[in-house]
Design a protein around this ligand. Structure first.
Ligand code: NAD
Length: 354
């Protein structure tokens, strides 16, 4: 049986990954360590309550003693490090916590894992540390050259405090590989969407606001481009990288599925309006707001490497993924209600003045 230490497994992608692994494999054990910040929710894992293969531990990845205790007790084969502060807007108003969790938390985990996994001859056996990173570390592409994409060789050029913290963490991960021969992979994915995404991010924010006839805030001219990846496709990629990724390598995970933000918002309006038969959900809800500071114009990934080396490709077309995602939010109003009470409401009012 393989044991995965999954960090941030109560967040959006982490919880999808936990559910994906438990659903796919019988002989798997997941130690899910999450601090349960505003973004972490045990509701995401309710369907696995009582499953002995899933062990949840509330802890901070910056807490060295707690991480050492987990390695001693469970002796994980893999670490999949999702835990992070993940929202760019929050990194602009409060960068310190991004440096703390995203950089120092990753360094703490690297250090603890290195000590736990190192054998007498300085090698690390059949273990692996997978760092879940982002395409935002590469900076921004221009709209004028749509044929240019990020590859794994694109130099890092992060612009936001969020992407700077992720890039710094990536550099530590690669430094551990170079310095100690520590077994790592890094995945850098594009924008994920799907069930259980906290409704501060574009797609769930728009779905939930549309359902409540609230304004749909669109940054700037709405023409910024993101490459959208259905979360389950991302989960598959991470598992493939954990099992078959060549040690020390970086893999970009994206779908050649670039869309302007305004296209996404209009697609959501049309789909939600049709799904709930409500003509009041229409484009008059769109409100353009002052652009995000330092807003990257375009992200676009060339996923050739992971396709060629590991056989991964994104299976879910955006048109299908968005319908599934909207259907999930429509079916789970209690989840939305639960996660959007308290901290989120304050944040929303502060960010959008509503
Ligand atoms: N969502 C995306 O589109 C996207 C795109 C590229 C990369 N990523 C990366 O994927 C990872 C997961 O993203 P997400 O969207 O699921 O984020 P999320 O914000 O939904 O979840 C993050 C989780 O980490 C937990 N956490 C935060 N600080 C912690 C700490 N100090 N110790 C332990 N747990 C802590 C939170 O409680 C939460 O459950 C992140 O590393 C993010 O940078 C996300």
């Amino acid at each position: 049986m393989r044991t995965y230490l999954v960090t941030g497994g109560a967040g959006f992608i982490g919880s999808n990954f936990v559910l994906y692994l438990l659903g796919k494999h019988e002989d798997v054990r997941i130690v899910n360590v999450d601090k349960l910040t505003y973004a972490g929710n045990l509701e995401n894992l309710r369907s696995r309550e009582g499953d002995p293969r899933h062990i949840f531990v509330q802890a901070d990845i910056c807490d060295k003693a707690a991480m050492e205790g987990l390695f001693d007790t469970y002796q994980p084969d893999y670490v999949i490090n999702f835990a992070a502060e993940s929202h760019v807007d929050r990194s602009i108003t409060n960068p310190e916590v991004f440096a703390e969790t995203n950089v120092m938390g990753t360094v703490t985990l690297l250090n603890v894992a290195r000590k736990a996994w190192e054998t007498g001859d300085g090698t690390f056996g059949q273990h692996k540390f997978v760092q879940v990173s982002t395409d935002e570390v590469y900076g921004s592409l221009s709209l004028e050259n749509p044929e240019v994409f990020f590859t794994e060789d694109t130099p890092l050029c992060p612009h936001s405090p969020y992407s700077a913290s992720k890039a710094a963490a990536d550099m530590f991960v690669l430094a551990y590989a170079d310095t100690f021969g520590f077994p790592v992979n890094i995945t850098r994915c594009s924008n994920n969407y799907g069930p259980y995404q906290f409704p501060e991010k574009l797609i769930p924010l728009m779905i939930n606001n549309a359902l409540q006839h609230k304004a749909l805030p669109v940054y700037g001219d709405g023409l910024n481009v993101r490459d959208w990846l259905f979360v389950e496709d991302h989960c598959k990629a991470i598992e493939m990288v954990a099992h078959n990724g060549k040690l020390g390598e970086v893999y970009n995970v994206g779908g050649h599925n670039e869309r302007e933000n305004i296209f996404i918002v209009k697609a959501i309006i049309a789909e939600v309006s049709q799904a709930v038969c409500d003509p009041a959900i229409n484009e008059t809800l769109i409100g353009y707001v002052t652009d995000r500071k330092g807003h990257d114009r375009r992200y676009g990934i060339d996923p050739q490497k992971i396709k060629r080396d590991l056989g991964w490709y994104p299976e879910t077309a955006f048109e299908d993924g968005i319908v599934k995602t909207i259907a999930w939010y429509l079916d789970n109003p209690e989840w939305v209600e639960h996660v959007t009470s308290g901290a989120y409401q304050d944040y929303y009012r502060e960010a959008y003045g509503q």
